[in-house]
Design a protein around this ligand. Structure first.
Ligand code: GLN
Length: 531
C-alpha cells in the first residue's frame, strides 16, 4: 500500500548496490492515467519533482536522486497515461497495421521496453511499481514483469515485495496474515516474490521469518526486515545489516565481487545523532498541513543542517493563518514555490518581516515572485504591483512569458495554452553577477538550475528595483529572465526563480540552502533575538 516506503526502499537498494561498485538505474512506473503529475494537486500526490531534462514526475524520483547522487531523466518515470498515449499514437501512425491493439501484448510490450530501454553501461535496473498489489490499475505492470522474467530468466530478474507486518496490541504480536494474502494475490498473476521486505515497528523474530518462509514460499533468509527508523538516511545501513544487498547479489550470482563501502552513510548517521546546535526555520506556504508538498525543500534544509551538524527545528506555517507571533521565533524564513492567489497575503507579510527585521530569508520560485511584489509595493511604492497569474494589473512586475528558447528551440505560449507540460521546465543556464552574494555562494560565474513555472519577473522593472537596492544577481544568458535577486544590507536575503532544492543531496547540500542555514544559525546566536 502507499506510504510504506517503496521509494525509500528502492533508493536504499540503489545506494547499496552502488556501494558495491555497481552502476544502477532507478525507475518508477506509476499506475494512474495522468500523463504526468504536473496538473495534480499537491494534496493528492505531494510535490512534483522535476528532472534536469524537464520531466514532471513523482516525488520518489527525488529520493532516488538524493540517495544515489544520480540524475534521473525522462526515461526513468512513466505513468499508465503515458504508456497508453504512446501506444495510441503508434496505432494512429499505422505501426500496428492489421493488428487488434490490446493490453497484452501492446501495452505490456511498451512497459517492457520502458524497463529495458536506455540501460547500456548499467549493471542493475531497479523498477518501482506504484500502487498496491490487487489494484486494477497496476495489473498491466505486474503482467509485464511476469513476462519479463520469462524473457530474461530467473538469473536476470528478481521480484521484491514490500509488505507491512502490523503489530496487534491485544495479541502482542506482529501479524503475517496481510503479507500471506498479498503474496497470494501476486501468485494469482503469476509472480512469486524472491524477497519479502517487511516493514514493521519492531524487529521481526526468527519464528516470523520461518512462518513467512513457509506460507509465502520464500527462503527464510530472504525475509528482510525494514524496521521503522527515526531518519530515512539510516535505512541503507539498516537493510545492509539484515543482508538485503547480500541476498540480492547472491541471487544474481554477483556476490563476492566486493564488500559494501558504507562509511559515508555511517558518518552521516553519526552527524544526525550528534547535533551541536539547533536552528528554527519556518516554511510559509499554503500546503503546510501536507509536508510532502515541500518534500525536496525540507530535505534540502536537512542536508544543509547535516553539514552544519545542526538539528533542524522545522515550523510549517500556514500562509492563510495569522502567523505574526510565530515569525518572531524564527531564525530563518523560507517561502517556497506555489500557485495561485490564495494565501499570498500571509507570504507577503512573512517576506516583509524577514526584509525589515533582518531575518535570513530564502524565496523559491513563487517565493521570488512574491518577494518582487512585496518590494515593489512597499519600497518602490507601486501599490498595485502584482502578478498577471492573479488577473490583469496595471503594474505587472510578474508576467507571463510568451516566448523563450530552450536548447535552440523557440517555445510560445499565451493565456489560452494548455496547462499540462507547458511550463518552463528543467535545467536552464544562469549567469551570476560579478561581486554579488550569489557569485560568492556558488563560487562560480555560471550555473544550471531546474525550473518549473509559467510566470517571470518582468525585466522592464529591473532598473527601478536596482535603484532601491534590490540586486538582480542572476540572469538568463540573454539577460531577459531574472533568476536570482538579493539585498546586500541584510544578513542573508536571496530569492531565486528556479528550484535549488532539486539539486541537493545529503552528501552535497545545495550552496543556497547551506548559506541560508549558516546565516540562520548565526541569527540564532544573536542576543537581540527575543524568544
Ligand atoms: N505560480 C508561479 C508560476 O507559474 C510559480 C510557480 C512555482 O513556484 N513553481 O510562475
Amino acid at each position: 500500500m502507499s506510504s510504506l516506503g517503496k521509494g525509500i526502499a528502492t533508493s536504499s537498494l540503489g545506494a547499496l548496490l552502488q556501494s558495491h561498485g555497481y552502476r544502477v538505474r532507478l525507475r518508477k512506473l506509476d499506475p494512474y492515467l495522468n500523463i504526468d503529475p504536473g496538473t495534480m494537486s499537491p494534496y493528492q500526490h505531494g510535490e512534483v519533482f522535476v528532472t534536469s531534462d524537464g520531466m514532471e514526475s513523482d516525488l520518489d524520483l527525488g529520493n532516488y536522486e538524493r540517495f544515489t547522487g544520480l540524475r534521473m531523466s525522462s526515461h526513468d518515470y512513466v505513468t499508465t497515461g503515458k504508456i497508453y498515449s504512446s501506444v495510441l499514437l503508434k496505432e494512429r501512425k499505422g505501426d500496428y497495421l492489421g493488428a487488434t491493439v490490446q493490453v497484452i501484448p501492446h501495452i505490456t510490450d511498451e512497459i517492457k521496453n520502458f524497463i529495458t530501454g536506455h540501460t547500456e553501461d548499467i549493471d542493475f535496473v531497479l523498477c518501482e511499481i506504484g500502487g498496491t498489489v490487487g489494484d486494477i490499475e497496476s495489473l498491466p505492470y505486474l503482467e509485464a514483469i511476469r513476462q519479463l522474467r520469462q524473457d530474461l530468466g530467473v538469473e536476470r530478474t528478481m521480484f521484491i515485495h514490500l509488505t507491512l507486518l502490523p503489530f496487534i496490541k491485544g495479541a502482542n504480536e506482529l501479524k503475517t496474515k496481510p503479507t500471506q494474502h498479498s503474496v497470494k494475490e501476486l501468485l494469482s498473476v503469476g509472480i512469486q516474490p524472491d524477497v519479502l521486505l517487511c516493514r514493521s515497528d519492531r524487529p521481526i523474530t526468527e519464528d516470523i521469518r520461518k512462518k513467512l518462509s513457509l506460507f509465502c514460499n520464500v527462503k527464510a533468509d530472504h525475509v528482510i526486515n525494514g524496521l521503522d527508523v527515526d531518519n530515512i538516511y539510516k535505512i541503507p545501513v539498516m537493510l545492509h545489516r539484515d543482508g538485503f544487498d547480500e541476498r540480492i547479489l547472491s541471487h544474481f550470482k554477483m556476490s563476492g565481487t566486493s564488500t559494501a563501502k558504507l562509511n559515508h552513510w555511517l558518518d552521516l548517521a553519526h552527524k544526525i545523532d550528534h547535533p551541536q546546535g539547533h536552528v528554527r526555520i519556518g516554511i510559509v506556504g499554503k500546503y503546510s498541513q501536507l509536508p510532502d508538498a515541500y518534500k525536496s525543500v525540507i530535505q534540502a534544509l536537512h542536508h544543509a543542517c547535516f553539514v552544519n551538524q545542526t538539528h533542524l527545528n522545522l515550523v510549517l506555517i500556514d500562509s492563510n493563518d495569522d502567523h505574526s507571533t510565530l515569525l518572531e521565533t524564527l531564525d530563518g524564513i523560507l517561502v517556497p514555490g506555489g500557485f495561485g492567489e490564495r494565501g499570498i497575503e500571509g507570504k507577503l507579510t512573512a517576506i516583509e518581516y524577514a526584509r525589515t527585521h533582518h531575518i535570513p530569508f530564502l524565496g523559491i520560485c513563487f517565493g521570488m515572485q512574491l518577494t518582487i511584489i512585496e518590494f515593489a509595493r512597499h519600497v518602490l511604492g507601486l501599490t498595485s504591483a502584482s502578478s498577471t497569474e492573479f488577473g490583469p494589473t496595471s503594474e505587472p512586475v510578474i508576467d507571463l512569458m510568451t516566448t523563450w528558447v530552450q536548447n535552440g528551440v523557440v517555445n510560445h505560449r499565451n493565456e489560452n495554452s494548455e496547462m499540462g507540460g507547458t511550463m518552463r521546465l528543467g535545467a536552464y543556464p544562469c549567469n551570476l553577477k560579478k561581486g554579488s552574494l550569489a557569485q560568492k555562494v556558488y563560487g562560480c560565474d555560471a550555473i544550471l538550475e531546474r525550473h518549473r513555472h509559467r510566470y517571470e519577473v518582468n525585466i522592464s522593472y529591473k532598473d527601478q528595483f536596482e535603484s532601491q537596492g534590490l540586486i538582480f544577481s542572476g540572469l538568463s544568458p540573454d539577460g531577459y529572465l531574472p533568476e536570482i535577486i538579493e539585498l546586500n544590507d541584510h544578513p542573508f536575503f536571496m530569492a531565486c526563480q528556479f528550484h535549488p532544492e532539486f539539486e541537493s543531496t545529503p552528501f552535497k547540500p545545495h550552496p543556497l540552502f547551506e548559506q541560508f542555514v549558516t546565516a540562520s544559525l548565526k541569527h540564532s546566536h544573536c542576543d537581540h533575538h527575543s524568544r
